[in-house]
Ligand binder design. Structure first.
Ligand code: SF4
Length: 428
């Protein structure tokens, strides 16, 4: 393994607005390259321009300093600066509130990225992620972590401090219930059972946490048995949810490496996988009709059997209104269901996304606006969207989401043979 210390020029990603997958606003990579060596890893594709992805890890040694600078540039002030520059501790609550109101709304920072795991082995030596988390604590930023390593447990005290100031949401990627199968596909990550044990500890410590069961490998992981075991283990670790997802294979390095491993370890699955991905789609999308199972639909079914949420949870950001968080959570569920289950065009999800984005950027308390009859003026929405928002405020859900979920449940009943190109009109 080759580690190379590099000076990064920038760290934070462009803003993620109304992100219906991970509910984060910005993300970062402490490292480039990842020694976990997952056979299906998207980061290995040419798309990310990281050569020798699995064996050459670039360590961003200046990441914490850079993050501090970038957060300040975005208008945030750290607690340590407030204490020295404004004698924060002598301010009464009202003064403190006024100062807090002048700083921008907190961002959920994903201390993970597409091209690395922040808790890979290099972290033991360089502690870049640890220093990043210290900065995020100082700035009071909520943190989202996605990892395949139980090394995260060594930082539990720091994460608890973050959770006290804002929140820490630690999500484990776990795709194979069987540790032996998992070792084939994620050779250097913690075993699946270690990750479930780590999730249990995270939850015991009072932090948020769940499981992203993605990518589920077609013909191997998409069996009811594997998926049910994953859901049951998540539930017994007290995870908040398990969210299933399929696998993309970009043509080139990523697909070639994956197929070589399949040929060697699962020769009986090789031909089927070649056929599923023979379209060489630029984004790695499979030929949907050739998939043995729709893992999203099966995942919902499995979660219903086990009694577990099949969707990630949107948590309230500090100083955010409860009602706004409630509406955002449902709108993001709608967008996710429309996109991932039905592949509906952007023109259908756009109105929901626009309202979600508006709320996320900051509007008044929606409950208050509702009681004053001012929701449509503030959100600038039409009457049907107003009905949806008001329904969510009153019931915590709405007809659009209920219709989508009812349709998904019917897809389960018809054993995944349903027409997935449903008409948008069916949901509104
Ligand atoms: S942990 Fe994530 S980034 Fe690392 S090799 Fe696996 S899939 Fe890729």
């Amino acid at each position: 393994m080759r580690y190379e210390c590099v000076k990064a020029k920038s760290l934070l990603s462009k803003p993620h607005v109304a992100d219906s997958w991970f509910h984060m606003n910005r993300s970062l990579n402490a490292y480039r390259g990842c020694e976990h060596g997952c056979v299906y890893c998207d980061g290995n594709s040419e798309y990310y321009h990281v050569d020798n992805f699995y064996s050459h890890v670039r360590v961003k040694e200046n990441a914490a300093t850079l993050l501090r600078k970038e957060l300040k540039k975005l208008g945030f002030t750290s607690k340590s600066e407030l204490e020295t520059e404004t004698l924060w501790s002598f301010l009464d609550d009202e003064d403190a509130k006024r100062i807090a109101e002048k700083v921008p709304r907190k961002l959920v920072i994903g201390a993970c990225g597409g091209v690395s795991d922040g808790f890979q082995q290099a972290e033991r030596e360089y502690k870049i992620t640890y220093r990043i988390l210290e900065v995020l604590l100082d700035f009071g930023m909520p943190v989202f972590i996605l990892t395949k390593s139980n090394l995260v447990l060594e930082y539990i005290d720091l994460l608890k401090e973050i959770h006290e100031r804002s929140f820490a949401n630690v999500v484990f990627t776990i795709t194979c219930a069987d540790d032996e199968v998992q070792k084939v596909f994620e050779p250097n990550a913690s075993s699946s059972s270690e990750r479930f044990a780590a999730l249990k500890e995270i939850r015991k410590a009072g932090l948020f946490g769940g499981v992203m069961a993605t990518p589920i490998i077609p013909t191997i992981g998409d069996k009811v048995d594997n998926m049910t075991k994953l859901a049951k283990a998540t539930k017994s670790a007290n995870g908040e949810f398990i969210q299933f997802g399929g696998m993309t294979l970009k043509p080139g390095r990523q697909k070639e490496y994956f197929m070589r491993v399949i040929k060697r370890r699962y020769p009986e699955n090789y031909d089927a996988l070649v056929r599923i991905y023979e379209n060489n789609n630029t984004y790695g999308q499979p030929i949907w009709k050739r998939l043995p199972a729709n893992v999203m639909v099966l995942g919902r079914h499995v979660c219903q059997q086990v009694g577990l949420r099949d969707r990630s949870v949107r948590h309230k950001i500090p100083h955010e209104y409860d009602s706004n968080n409630k509406v955002l959570g449902v709108l993001l569920d709608i967008i996710f269901r429309m996109n991932m289950f039905f592949g509906l065009p952007r023109s259908v999800t756009k109105p929901y996304w626009e309202v979600a984005a508006k709320i996320e950027r900051g509007v008044e308390d929606l409950s208050k606006l509702q009681s004053e009859g001012q929701i449509d003026q503030h959100l600038i929405i039409d009457s049907s969207m107003k009905v949806t928002v008001e329904e969510i405020l009153e019931k915590g859900t709405c007809k659009v989401l209920q219709n989508l979920e009812a349709r998904i449940d019917r897809m389960v009943d018809t054993e995944l043979d349903a027409d997935i190109s449903a008409s948008p009109d069916e949901f509104v």
